[in-house]
Design a protein around this ligand. Sequence first.
Ligand code: CXF
Ligand code: ZN
Length: 361
Amino acid sequence: MKAVVTRDIDKYAVEDVTLDGPKAGELKIKMAATGVCHSDLSVINGTLPLPKPMVLGHEGAGVVAEVGEGVTEFEVGDHVVLSFAPACGHCHFCNHKLPQFCEKGAPTGLMLDGTARVKKGDEDLLVMQFLGCMAEEAIVPAISAVKIDKEIPLEKAALVGCGVMTGVGAVINTAGVHAGASVAVFGCGGVGLSIIQGARLAGASTIIAVDLADNKLEMARNFGATHTVNGGNEDAVGKCKELTGGHGPDYSFEAVGVPDLMVAANFATRRGGTTVIVGVGKLTDSVPFNALMLSMDGKTIKGSFYGDTNFRSDMPMLLDLYRAGKLNLDDMVSQTYTIDEAPQAIEDMVAGKNARGVIVY
Ligand code: CXF
Ligand code: ZN
């Protein structure tokens, strides 16, 4: 089968590889669609320090093609969305309503039993987030999949596997944005646009989108931004204050992973408000906060991982919102690609062309 593999920093290619069958507790998925996410690029360029060679892909949906021993919740033909974090349901974090931090989720690149399923000759290939779903087929832990309604188009469903869940979840689960709130979103890629959609769903009355690219700001308006600010020509923090009666937004979200933008988002937030850091930055970067003002301004700074999701309930819920016409996934898929076109899809993402590019098999 074909898979997108990174072997060295800044290098990746579509390769022909083989796939073993599913072992106990696993599923074989015939992939239907895989979204291309900045975190795939972060594996390629080493921002996410994961071992290589690694099959990319962590935002996917497909059809169950084989069921491993002991799996009772799925059968062949089921449509599933894949979660990039497994949830065992029994560990400390699963038992404390934090399944996004399930103890099974430490990303080694191997499957949960410590062995590999993807091979190139005798060589073992690792997979991103137990999935490696930028490939025609994938073996995944059954505890990383959720069954969805067969009527939902799989190329739309794939997006809730990462970007849409991360963004909408940051608004609903992490921040708990209330109706009538003011919200600023710094960075309007797939995650930022999903934060904007989440804010619209939560009933925010002011939604300020900040980006450097006018095409992203135009998309932001389409997804629900009430105001747009090009941070390249305008003082974004000043504009956020001006648009919120001089106080700053109740909630600011950073969706890129850049320290200066995290600082700007927190500067913009009103006194007593909440700044949510959604962007995945570099391990080597730190962000300062002012020792006097953090207490004086009473702001909350929260990190949000995977939209603090309980994916088994949240992902079908998001797809229900899609079906009800309340969550726009149709415009989120701004371009589709074949797997042979994966390099083009990654280039287009770097160039900021897409809301989301999706590989369709
Ligand atoms: C990332 C977070 C770090 C692990 C891979 C996925 N989130 C979104 O892309
Ligand atoms: Zn992602």
